[in-house]
Ligand binder design. Structure first.
Ligand code: ADP
Ligand code: ZN
Length: 216
């Protein structure tokens, strides 16, 4: 199962897509395509794209559709995506979903399932503002659910942990608003295609069991 599956993970910020993807990738050989990670990498490398995206991301606003869709299309064209992929955090607008459809057609790939992670709003806000990221390797922690062994220090690489500017309460609320305004229609779009699988679990093992069963 999950092998050679082409999946989209969709959910509000803080719903656990990223954390669950990371865990899944330890068990399955799939390509992880996170537009948030690609953008943060562009910012770290101080590219033109990174400079354009950085202000928008700090405010919790979306980066223009054409830019993120272009990044995803380039990634999907790589041969390693033959083994299956998870699109994490993309598409976030109906226009992005349409651009994705074109990119899939051009790269000769097709979508198997769209997995929706559904979590109550209060829990999302709690999680978002408790999130810590490693400055060096990008590993994500959570003061509530996934604290590092030593406060402020990454378990994996010893790097310094910090709160991303887009994880403040004000930005978190803004990101939720953006999610309901722009991404909810994407969910409706995929619901019509019959490919949507909704997960309301927050427990990893239960999520995995469910995916195992549903994605066979
Ligand atoms: P999350 O923590 O919600 O998973 P991400 O790391 O996916 O957040 O994204 C962080 C920020 O990067 C977003 O708030 C947005 O500014 C930008 N971004 C990421 N993916 C997209 C996308 N598909 N479309 C537009 N902007 C995006
Ligand atoms: Zn680290």
């Amino acid at each position: 199962m999950l092998k050679q599956k082409n999946l989209i993970f969709v959910g509000a910020p803080g719903a656990g897509k990223g954390t669950f993807s990371a865990w899944l990738l330890e068990h399955y050989d799939l390509v992880h395509i996170s537009t948030g990670d690609i953008l943060r990498d562009e910012i770290r490398r101080d590219t033109e794209l990174g400079r354009a995206a950085s202000g928008l991301m700090k405010e919790g606003k979306l980066v223009p559709d054409e830019i993120v869709a272009g990044m995803v299309k380039a990634r999907l064209a790589q041969p390693d995506c033959d083994k299956g992929f998870i699109l994490d955090g993309f598409p976030r607008t109906v226009h992005q979903a349409e651009l994705l459809e074109a990119a899939l057609a051009e790269t000769g790939r097709k979508l198997d399932r769209v997995v929706l992670f559904q979590v109550p709003d209060e829990m999302l806000l709690q999680r978002l503002t408790a999130r810590l990221s490693c400055r060096k390797c990008g590993e994500i922690y959570n003061r509530l659910f996934l604290p590092p062994r030593q406060e402020g220090v990454c378990d994996k690489c010893g790097g310094e942990l910090f709160q991303r500017p887009d994880d403040s309460l004000e930005t978190a609320k803004n990101r939720l608003r953006v999610f309901y305004e722009q991404t909810q229609p994407v969910i409706d779009y995929y619901a019509r295609s019959g490919k949507l699988l909704t997960i309301t679990e927050t427990d990893r093992e239960r999520i995995q069991q469910l995916l195992n069963r549903e994605l066979n």
